[in-house]
Write a protein that binds this ligand. Structure first.
Ligand SMILES: [Zn+2]
Length: 476
């Protein structure tokens, strides 16, 4: 394992600090409602959890749980949900949010504007933006974050992101992204930001060996993630799949995001994006695509049959006028579907509960005028995408639900506040229908990362100050 793990010893790991070796217990009790997302989708009034050594041992009504523990968390006045799971993001982009020149353009123009700026990123910029984005996610109730870093200028490495992420305290899936198809070869990115393919594959192998933890409860996993059809070659996609499968890690890329990309694939490869991916063996239980906007019903059915996952990123898709992903079709076809805040320069925020709200609203807009549309996407379905759905997309059977034997990853939202006044007929739905609030408590493996609405692991004020300074230098 990488040296970086010393930042955050895991309860179930041999890296555990000696003084923490004793079993510890935590009792979470008196939540107004505890949303389990279990097979029956139970919602337990006056609910709670009994946690041992970072794992959930019992779930139930507070009166049915043990009455003592090493640590007791009384969550009266809160709704408790499984920790949210983010399945697509680019944390470094928090440095280029709301950049005037990239505010009002579509994906390809947005990228063309931003590539030269991102070419000036430094290892320090990667580190500080990682912490800023993860802090935002943690404060929105997210407990597992996946990130896709695909540009490595000026000596930056994925190690910079990993080392910066660990002290924040979220479960982290770091994708080794890459770009190898420059402008001179017909790709979109300028040649100076691309890497050589053999170097990409060598570095990817190194990172898997150094950091990937396949065990249940893992805090850190590596993902193999060439960036998109218009920024890497077919060869790299094929080789990356071989490498990932030999190492037992997952594959991720952008696919079917915009009409421009579809045109690019048809012109260059004579195939639509999903066909192209399948031809390169990018299909199956170990693959998930970001976006999946321009996907036909037949293609959705194939994704469902093959077990390929999709990270739905509604805010980004609206922001860049990319289109509306066929969420209803995906659910009908049994496609594994999670949510991604994406960005963060195409959102421009890292609030996962807000993203679940966007998913609910956008799916409703997509149903406008369709007589056969049936019931609209519900608040609970949207919350399910952000929890169970995300866990499935990331291939994790140890998170996404509050059930015995899973990791104690949860978030609590205080519902006795102005924003929810009058909505307590259904406090669970209120989390999605009303203003998306910050979490009052966020816990990962039973470790409190957010308490009383404040991040406990890092000083946010200092972080923001450093981040703004680096952002200003980067865009000067
Ligand atoms: Zn993306």
């Amino acid at each position: 394992m990488g040296a970086g793990l010393e930042f955050f010893p895991q309860p179930s790991s041999e890296l555990q600090a000696p003084e923490a070796a004793e079993m510890t217990t935590m009792l979470v009790r008196h939540a107004d409602v505890l949303v389990t997302m279990d097979e029956e989708r139970r919602e337990i009034p006056d609910g709670g959890l009994f946690i041992r050594d970072g794992m959930i041992e019992r779930v139930g009504a507070s009166g049915d749980l043990p009455s003592t523990a090493d640590e007791i968390l009384d969550l009266h006045g809160r709704v408790v949900i499984p920790g949210l799971v983010n399945t697509h993001h680019h944390l470094y982009q928090t440095l280029t949010r709301a950049l005037p020149a990239a505010q009002d353009v579509d994906l390809f123009h947005w990228l063309k504007t931003l590539y030269p700026i991102w070419a000036r990123l430094s290892p320090e910029a990667i580190r500080i933006s990682t912490q800023v984005g993860l802090a935002e996610l943690a404060l929105s109730g997210c407990t597992t974050a996946s990130d896709h870093l695909y540009i490595f200028p000026n000596g930056a490495r994925l190690d910079d992101e990993i080392e910066a992420a660990l002290p924040v305290g979220l479960r982290f899936h770091a994708s080794r992204g890459s770009m190898s198809l420059g402008e001179s070869q017909g790709g979109l990115p300028p040649d100076r930001v691309i890497e050589k393919e053999d170097a990409i594959l060598r570095d990817t192998q190194r990172l898997i060996e150094a950091y990937h933890d396949p065990r249940p409860g893992a805090m850190l996993r590596i993902v193999v993630a060439p960036c998109s059809p218009f920024s890497v070659t077919a060869d790299l996609m094929r080789e990356a799949a071989v490498l990932a499968r030999a190492a037992g890690v997952r594959l991720h890329t952008h696919l079917a995001e915009t009409a421009d990309e579809e045109r690019f694939c048809l012109e260059r490869f004579g195939l639509r994006p999903v066909d192209y991916a399948e031809k390169l063996s990018w299909s199956g239980e170990d693959v998930w695509f970001a976006h999946g906007v321009h996907v036909t019903p037949q293609e959705a059915a194939r994704l469902g049959r093959s077990g390929t996952g999709v990270a739905h990123c509604p805010s980004s898709n609206m922001r860049l006028a990319s289109g509306i992903a066929p969420v209803r079709e995906y659910l009908r076809c049994g496609v594994k579907l999670g949510l991604g805040v994406d960005g963060s320069a195409s959102n421009d925020c890292s609030h996962l509960l807000a993203e679940a709200r966007q998913a609910m609203l956008l799916a409703r807009l997509a149903a406008a005028g369709q007589e056969t549309a049936g019931p609209l996407l519900s608040a609970r379905q949207a919350l399910e995408l952000a929890t169970r759905g995300g866990a499935e997309v990331l291939g994790r059977t140890d998170i996404g639900q509050l059930t015995a034997g899973r990791c104690a990853d949860f978030a609590a939202f205080r519902v006795s506040r102005l924003d929810y006044a009058g909505a307590l007929h259904d406090p669970v739905a209120a989390l999605l229908f009303c203003t998306p609030e910050q979490a009052d408590v966020t816990a990962v493996n039973g470790r409190i990362v957010v308490k009383d609405g404040q991040l406990t692991t890092l000083d946010v004020g200092t972080l923001v100050e450093r981040h703004n300074r680096i952002a200003a230098e980067l865009c000067a």
